[in-house]
Design a protein around this ligand. Structure first.
Ligand code: AHR
Length: 487
């Protein structure tokens, strides 16, 4: 008889909730991500709401994206927020120093907030600590969050938003170590974090709705990516002045550019254990900074597939294949399994790197990765249920089970093998549950893609046997994501 791998799904014990913020996104003023992908101005043929394209909004709304990080990335290191407010006709055109292009500032703070509102996501702002000052950053926080009447909040009202935006998530700069922000003295970010965090929390506490206990509980969260500063704090036994430690993870360029797509894919899959190691290292650092009163968690606030073909010259555009989508599905499984992970932001939502949507003027399509986010959204805020594979050749399989408050249990399994199906025997601790629905996302090969004319890769019903008290057998096809729903 053919050997089967056992997949044991725990019986009713709930470990912890899976943070829904792990399904967050990241957009930047780069290539076609914002211009074309989200914002089309007064385009005569693309349906839009104040310039925000309706097809993109409708598709993203369905994904239940919890938060979106903006305006960069490298772009953030040179972004002066005042350039993007006020009448559009008077906004300056500037050089985009991060990506060697130009920025017309038609999509600024108010447009971003409207976009977030339309798709149902919370805004996450990345401060300019490259060429900006703490004063400029604090003024942006006041403009966005202050409920009292000040010159800045009057300006916000005059620009169409009398009530505060109440931005909860703020990133203290982007990637220390990059040309624009690698010049800071050790401890610079700690100082900024201390000043800025105090300021933002002060503003929030002044807001009338801060009296609402839920608001206090949720609080404002500050993210820091300066590990040098974090390590210093651990070494000196100091408290951290931030809440989230940032991790950026990109995979897809370890094989040489001339390697075949299959070799590239295998090399990329082989990077997942290194991601796991980096997450563990960052968690240990975060644990060293945490106190009983103040837990530091992780924000993997940029992650995804970055292939050789994506260069600054083409606006980081690349093919978006089934293989890339399955890699990302496996990564999402890793993040869900990491107790310290609070947020993860896919780089980048539209037209850039591993995107979920592609547009070209009036043309629009959802990539295979769109469907990964759509299928896996069931785990958002659900209780993580223990789930264990008794063997996993070459780390090909990733599985997560979760149960939400209303009862259904969801089991997702990714098979990264490009050519071999996985025969699993699933043992369900909660044997009273019955398999109600099964879905599969797959295609003819890891290289398969959707196009503007043909969205052939989309989830379809998956034929599985009825489960008995002893469990059931299932063959997870090569290069696929399977989702099983039990009730
Ligand atoms: O996502 C593309 C770029 O990758 C971001 O701008 C930068 O932060 C990172 O290096």
């Amino acid at each position: 008889m053919e050997a089967k791998t056992k997949l044991r799904v725990g019986s009713g014990q709930h470990e912890r909730r899976i943070s829904r913020h792990l399904y967050a996104h990241f957009i930047e003023h780069l290539g076609g991500c914002i211009c074309d992908g989200i914002y089309v101005g007064d385009h005569p043929h693309i349906a839009n709401i104040d310039g925000l394209r309706c097809d993109t909004i409708e598709a993203l709304k369905k994904l239940q994206i919890p938060a979106v990080r903006w305006p960069g990335g490298l772009f953030a290191d040179n972004y002066h927020w005042r350039d993007g407010i006020g009448p559009k006709s008077s906004r300056p055109i500037r050089q985009n120093l991060g990506w060697n292009s130009f920025e017309n500032n038609q999509f600024g703070t108010h447009e971003f907030m409207q976009f977030c509102e339309l798709i149902g996501a919370e805004p996450y702002l990345c401060l300019n600590l490259g060429s900006g000052t703490v004063e400029e950053a604090a003024a942006w926080a006041e403009y966005c969050n202050c409920a009292l009447e000040t010159t800045l909040t009057r300006e916000r009202a005059a620009n169409g938003h009398p009530t505060p935006f109440n931005v909860k998530y703020w990133s203290l700069g982007n990637e220390p170590g990059y040309p624009m922000d690698g010049m800071m003295r050790p401890g610079y970010y700690a100082d900024v974090a201390r000043q800025f965090a105090g300021y933002v929390k002060f503003i929030a506490a002044q807001a009338p709705h801060a009296q609402d206990p839920r608001f206090r509980q949720a609080g404002v969260k500050m993210t820091l990516a300066d590990y040098r500063c974090a390590r210093e704090a651990v070494a000196e036994g100091r408290n951290a002045y931030f809440d989230l430690l940032a991790v950026h993870l990109y995979a897809g360029r370890t094989a040489p550019p001339e390697a075949s797509p299959l070799q590239q894919y295998r090399a990329m899959v082989a990077e997942l254990p290194e991601w796991r190691r980096q997450l563990a290292e960052a968690s240990a650092l975060a644990a060293g900074l945490s106190t009983d009163e103040h837990a530091i968690e992780l924000a993997i606030d940029e992650w995804g597939v970055w292939k050789h073909e994506a260069t600054p010259l083409n606006g980081l555009q690349q093919s978006c294949t089934l293989g890339d989508a399955l890699f990302a599905a496996a990564a999402l499984h890793l993040f869900c399994a990491e107790p310290c992970a609070f947020m993860a932001n896919l780089a980048q939502t539209i037209n850039v790197l591993a995107a979920v949507i592609l547009t070209d003027d009036e043309q629009f399509c959802r990539t295979p990765l769109y469907h990964v986010f759509d299928m896996l959204k069931v785990h958002q805020d659900a209780w993580l249920v223990p789930c264990e594979l008794d063997k996993n050749d070459g780390d090909a399989c990733y599985a997560i089970a979760s149960q939400n408050d209303t009862g259904p249990l969801h089991l997702s399994v990714v098979n990264l093998s490009p050519d071999t199906s996985q025969n699993l025997h699933v043992e369900l601790g909660q044997s009273v549950m019955q398999l109600k629905e099964s879905w599969v996302l797959t295609g003819e090969s890891i290289a398969a893609q959707n196009s503007f004319d043909d969205e052939k890769i989309a989830p379809r019903a998956f034929d599985t046997p009825k489960n008995s008290a002893k469990g059931f057998d299932i063959a997870v096809p090569a290069c696929s994501l399977v989702l099983l729903v039990f009730e």
